[in-house]
Design a protein around this ligand. Structure first.
Ligand code: ZN
Length: 434
């Protein structure tokens, strides 16, 4: 009998464990703002170790190579920038396709360098997929002429013919970078692989009407295009006669943001979150909670590029893409923008159609891991009307806030969003005039 009970308990524990939900997907963020280098790396973590390790290894390699090459060059006005961005898609709740792109810019380079690396993972089989797992040899044989034709049309100005002949053959090992979606199989090549360097990343789509995948794959199941609308559950009451400050958080969301939201709520505080667009899809619930609790969301670019050095086209794209993904997720469109690396010029001010918000108190919360020190320094400086800069990408920020919030409340501060702080300013000015 005992044995049977033990077996039942054992089975219960075994199945119980497998029922446990996986932790939420994360985006990992590395931001480095120094006088010689600007680094912004964002990449996903899915909690599938084979996939996560492959991505992590690639990112560490890119970061290390960049630093070896460019840090401490100390030449005047010659900042080197590294930006790592990603895109991911889950198909049939089974296949995860990730595209990692890295961008390096420095004035010694003839042109910025862009590279791509893709990852395809099969959750059910728990393995990375190569192109030979996705299509059969006869399909590849069929694909090669289709691919060549498209390539010669789309990139005719920069094709290196000898490299094309060597590479675009019916050998699977020549096709390292690929993804697929409901419509297409997509193949990518890096600059210099088959084209001149200035031609950027090569991307060719082959319709799945022309090529058969050998994977069990059902097309047309991906229909996540609806806008979700959420609203603040309570209207916050502001009093222009009482002191007020706005705490702002940059570079999120991250795995710490949810706890920051809980903490803010506990102290009836609202914050303003300047989010990076490419992370929003991994934190949809977090963004919706932000709005429901009465916080404000601002735009902090799509992938944290150094925006005073990009073309107008890219600047506007960075802002629009972020506006779009936030609107789709929450139903609310941001009115505020915070420049990346705090870098701003007249041109950016003219081009950006949102209110540009800087800060008056910098907590430097990313520099120190000592939460108490961060909190004390901030509390010593904060005055009525201040905008406080913090980052919801560090555990010490969460901890520092847990010291700061009760203290600020005790001192009688209203902890409001940036827009509410502006409202207070306007109300105070109007009472002064009348
Ligand atoms: Zn930032």
């Amino acid at each position: 009998m005992k044995k049977i009970i033990a077996l039942i308990i054992f089975l219960f524990l075994l199945t119980g464990c497998s029922w446990q939900a996986k932790p939420e997907k994360n985006a990992k963020t590395i931001i480095e703002d120094r006088s010689d280098i600007k680094v912004a790396i964002n990449y996903p973590e899915f909690h599938y170790s084979i996939l996560d390790n492959a991505i992590d290894k690639e990112v560490q390699n890119i970061y290390k190579t960049f630093k070896n090459e460019y840090q401490n060059m100390n030449s005047y006005n010659n900042i080197a920038e590294l930006n790592v961005d990603y895109h991911h898609e889950v198909l049939n709740d089974r296949y995860i396709n990730v595209i990692l792109t890295s961008f390096i810019n420095q004035s010694n380079l003839a042109h910025p360098s862009n590279t791509i690396k893709t990852f395809s993972y099969d959750k059910k089989a728990n393995r990375m997929l190569r192109l030979s797992d996705v299509i059969s040899q006869p399909e590849l044989d069929k694909l090669v002429p289709l691919f060549q034709k498209k390539l010669l049309t789309k990139y005719k100005d920069c094709i290196l013919m000898d490299k094309l002949k060597q590479t675009i053959t019916n050998h699977f090992e020549n096709y390292q970078n690929f993804t697929f979606n409901d419509d297409d199989l997509i193949l990518y090549f890096n600059p210099y692989d088959i084209t001149a360097g200035y031609c950027n990343i090569i991307k060719i789509n082959i319709s799945l009407d022309q090529i058969n995948l050998k994977l069990p794959f059902e097309r047309g199941t991906n229909s996540d295009h609806q806008v979700t609308k959420v609203a603040a559950e309570e209207k916050s009451v502001i009093d222009p006669k009482k002191p007020a400050i706005a705490i702002t958080f940059d570079d999120g969301p991250s795995k710490y943001t949810k706890d920051i939201l809980t903490l803010l709520k506990k102290y009836q505080a609202n914050g303003t979150f300047f989010v990076i667009g490419n992370k929003v899809n991994l934190y949809q619930d977090t963004l919706r909670t932000m709005v429901k609790n009465g916080n404000e969301i601002g735009n902090h670019s799509y992938n944290h590029k150094y925006l005073t050095r990009v073309t107008d086209h890219e600047l506007l794209q960075q802002i629009e893409d972020t506006q779009a993904v936030i609107t789709k997720t929450t139903g609310t469109t941001p009115k505020l923008f915070r420049p990346t690396y705090g870098s701003i010029n007249k041109h950016l001010r003219e081009k950006v159609d949102l209110d540009i918000i800087m800060w008056t108190v910098d907590t430097s919360d990313w520099k120190s891991t000592n939460a108490k020190k961060i909190a004390t320094k901030a509390l010593d400086t904060i005055q009525d009307g201040d905008i406080i800069l913090m980052h919801d990408t560090h555990s010490q920020t969460l901890k520092a806030l847990s010291y700061m919030l009760p203290k600020l409340k005790e001192e009688g501060y209203q902890l409001v969003t940036v827009s509410e702080l502006n409202e207070i300013r306007v109300l105070r000015e109007s009472t002064r005039e009348s």
